[in-house]
Design a protein around this ligand. Structure first.
Ligand code: PGA
Length: 253
């Protein structure tokens, strides 16, 4: 049985005060949710602040911090970047290869594959994002092709630890508005990807997920949780999603 995982991708949002309010709110509500892993990925500047605010690495079994991105090198002349060594002091997860990194900041697949290896080398749990830009007859083939390329050379144990976020780019919201894929469409894609992963690998859905549609995605056999953007900035919506996952985990799989 795979533990559900709900990851919050706050993107470039929140003041420091907002970050504390959101994180404390999640922590208070999540205290009793011991069947779901919750990962908060704030802007990297806030990671240390949230650690000092009480979400320290390896302190809370089911509530963790993650970075939204990192470089593949340990240190060096890379202005503006953060390294795996830095991330691992304050977080346990890291989002790798989000489509906003590949599309807006031109990160290429080799760089992403290298970051993925760096995450494993530093004992971080990567949340690797894959997903098609547009829906067409080749979508399944194309997404699997990228996933295979990025994960080549990983060991079975690494594939088991890996978290994959299937995020169709066309379904990702602008923060306020977006149209999710149907749960059936996502399940079809995710089961196709699982064939190349392992039965233990957790695969999330991302793209306009929220408290209203969460249950219908989690009812799908291969969808183990969400990478949540816009809805993760609304405390009530986000903790409702976590609660639904926790409740369903009591009865499913
Ligand atoms: P969204 O973002 O939930 O706002 O669509 C998801 C993501 O980009 O990770």
């Amino acid at each position: 049985m795979r533990r559900p995982l709900i990851a919050a991708n706050w993107k470039m949002n929140t003041t420091l005060a907002d970050a504390h309010v959101l994180a404390n709110g999640v922590r208070n509500h999540a205290e009793h949710m011991d069947r779901v892993d919750i990962v908060l990925c704030p802007p990297s500047l806030w990671l240390t602040e949230l650690v000092h605010g009480g979400i320290a690495p390896r302190q809370m079994p089911h509530l963790k911090l993650g970075a939204q991105n990192m470089h593949d090198q340990e240190s060096g002349a890379f202005t503006g970047e953060i390294s795996p060594l830095m991330v691992k002091e304050v977080a346990e997860y890291v989002i790798i290869g989000h489509s906003e990194r590949t599309h807006l900041f031109n990160e290429d697949w080799d760089f992403i594959a290298s970051k993925l290896k760096a995450a494993f080398a530093h004992n971080l749990i990567p949340i690797l994002c894959v997903g098609e830009d547009e829906q067409n007859a080749d979508s399944k083939k194309n997404v699997l092709h990228i996933l295979k390329y990025l994960t080549q050379g990983l060991t079975e144990a690494q594939l088991e630890k890996l978290v994959v976020a299937y995020e169709p780019v066309w379904a990702i919201s602008d923060g306020a508005k977006g149209t999710a894929a149907t749960p059936e469409y996502a399940q079809d894609m995710v089961s196709h990807l699982r064939g190349h992963l392992t039965p233990k690998t957790r695969i999330l859905y991302g793209g306009s997920s929220n408290d209203k549609n969460a249950r219908s995605f989690l009812e799908q056999a291969d969808i183990d949780g969400f990478l949540v953007g816009g809805a993760s900035l609304k405390l009530k919506a986000f903790v409702t999603m976590c609660q639904i996952a926790d409740d369903m985990a009591a009865t499913r799989k």
